[in-house]
Ligand binder design. Structure first.
Ligand SMILES: C[S@@+](CC[C@H](N)C(=O)[O-])C[C@H]1O[C@@H](n2cnc3c(N)ncnc32)[C@H](O)[C@@H]1O
Length: 219
């Protein structure tokens, strides 16, 4: 499967210049927008979303080749034609993507790097937040989940501290309960089994012209 299917679906960011990749061009004319999943693991969320949204092109990024192989089984079994795969670090892909080219992003159960001296390896940090803000369209949603409460606080601190994103939760149920259109993943199951209930966070990328008005003090 890896040798047969992967070459048809794989995108190599190394071959592209900075900001050069318009991801819509990777898909057919029926695709109206592109969504991105960072660190898809075994790909169960990515495959379920691609099946549920045939009018969306899905870019999945995962350096762990066993996870990619598992996703390819689903791609074949479900006959999915709207997934493209980057087997690499998402930071590299974000650099290559064109400005405002992704309409929704997912970061589900990223590695928590629990030791304090390793915290800076976490995916959420200034650099990746800025990179994601550049590639997301105005009003785009960025969904994140974690079962690690320290990382949850870290996500909230970093995201609410950035000018570009607003947390959409209004009441506890909004982050304690996974929305119905959000398929579960393997790591969510592991967390629940271990007695660590996950948090489901949705952020919205602020509109660019509103941000300019805020910084000029006219809003
Ligand atoms: C804890 S697993 C979660 C997998 C999956 N999202 C889930 O919920 O089951 C974290 C995943 O992120 C991937 N990962 C870590 N750093 C990454 C990066 N910089 N870019 C893309 N993926 C990354 C790892 O290979 C791993 O598969």
């Amino acid at each position: 499967m890896l040798t047969r299917l992967l070459p048809q679906l794989q995108i190599s960011p190394d071959d592209l210049g900075v900001g050069a990749l318009d991801p819509a061009g990777l898909f057919g004319p029926d695709v109206r927008a592109v969504w991105l999943e960072v660190g898809f693991g075994a790909g169960e969320h990515l495959a379920a979303m691609a099946k549920a949204h045939p009018d969306i092109g899905f870019l999945g990024c995962e350096p762990f080749i066993n996870g990619v192989a598992r996703l390819l089984v689903d791609v074949e079994e479900l006959g999915l034609s709207n997934i493209r795969i980057v087997v690499d670090d998402a930071g590299l892909l974000l650099d290559r993507l064109a400005l405002a080219s992704i309409e929704r992003a997912f970061l589900l159960f990223p590695d928590p790097w629990p030791k304090r001296r390793h915290n800076r390896r976490r995916f959420i940090g200034q650099e990746n937040i800025q990179a994601m803000a550049r590639v997301l369209t105005d009003g785009a949603h960025w969904r994140m989940a974690t079962d690690h409460m320290d990382y949850c606080r870290w996500m909230l601190d970093h995201m609410t501290g950035s000018q570009e994103f607003e947390w959409l939760a209004r009441r506890p149920g909004d982050w304690r309960r996974r929305p119905d259109d959000w398929p579960p993943t393997r790591y969510e199951g592991k967390g629940i089994e271990a007695g660590r209930p996950p948090a489901f966070l949705t952020f919205q990328r602020r509109k660019r012209h509103q941000m300019a008005q805020v910084s000029r003090g006219t809003l």
